[in-house]
Design a protein around this ligand. Structure first.
Ligand SMILES: [Zn+2]
Length: 291
């Protein structure tokens, strides 16, 4: 296992691999035909594409806080679910990744959830000997937007399958649940932007210092292949809103030469964008350590 890290201003930043899985390629690319998307990310014999659950740990020299952005799907899956989603830990797990960088779960002071779909917050809990889900980060506060919390508690029939009670109920009862909203600043240089197309109230953390910007692209840009405007996931609740959010944010990020940290791309950890004269396109791919 070889996980990257970097430093931006007062922040030490570490890649946390929490496991790999696979999802239906068609569902990942919505209206884009397979003849196009499979050239970018080839599918397996079950039409699935490989996916990372790549989280980020941010240690602040300024406040001494240790933030974890998302924490993967966890390890509460039964055999059937593991096989459907091809869940495996060959690239590392939450535990081995933290250990690799010299951290313990006790060190985490703040977990910032982009949203509460199972592949983003499942690592929050584990099953105890009685088979009940219990929290694994004893000192963490849990940050989620109020909009996402309301959405997770009143999902429509389509989105309901992405919210697992065993991930969410222990947070509800923890007293460490905190709400954020668009533009929330955790400390100078660490803020979030709220986007709603994929799931209402998704928040994307942004680290910035002087001329450097690192965006945790979450499920707005899950892989490098999702940069073109119409390449929007079939999973998105409001794809037209995703389109508008990409139309607004991608040019801003291209202009700033921002680095986009990709949570779900199996092979591209960080990408940059450029304007090719007509549209915003994927420019380069790099590792967090190259920043
Ligand atoms: Zn999601």
């Amino acid at each position: 296992m070889n996980l990257s890290s970097t430093k931006i201003g007062p922040f030490s930043i570490y890649t946390i691999e929490t496991g790999r899985f696979a999802l239906d390629g068609g569902a990942m690319f919505g209206v884009v035909p397979k003849t196009l998307w499979s050239k970018k990310i080839p599918a397996d014999d079950k039409n699935r594409i490989p996916m990372a659950m790549r989280c980020l740990l941010i240690k602040s020299d300024l406040t001494k806080r240790v933030y974890l952005i998302d924490n993967g799907a966890g390890d509460k899956f039964n055999e059937k679910m593991s096989s459907i989603y091809d869940i495996h830990f060959d690239e590392g797990s939450l535990e081995t990744s933290l250990e690799f960088h010299g951290f313990k779960k006790e060190d985490i002071t703040d977990i910032i959830f982009t949203h509460l779909h199972f592949d983003h917050c499942g690592g929050t809990t584990r099953l105890n000997d009685e088979g009940e889900a219990e929290l694994v980060f004893p000192n963490a506060r849990y940050w989620v937007t109020r909009n996402q919390w309301v959405n997770a508690n009143t999902p429509n029939a389509r989105e309901k399958a992405s919210y697992f009670p065993e991930n969410i109920e222990p947070i509800r009862h923890s007293k460490a649940l905190k709400f954020t909203s668009d533009g929330q600043i955790f400390e100078p240089g660490l803020s979030v932007v709220e986007v709603n197309g994929h799931s209402k109230g998704q928040q994307l953390p942004i680290i910035s210092h002087e001329d450097k910007t690192l965006v945790f692209a979450g499920d707005l840009i899950p892989t490098h292949a999702h940069v073109p405007l119409p390449w929007v996931m079939g999973y998105d609740m409001m794809p037209v809103i995703t389109l508008e959010e990409k139309e607004k944010l991608l040019p801003e990020w291209a202009e700033k030469n921002a680095f986009l940290y990709l949570e779900h791309d199996a092979h591209h950890e960080v990408v940059t964008l450029k304007h090719d004269g007509k549209r915003i396109v994927h420019d380069s791919s790099l590792s967090l350590s190259d920043i």
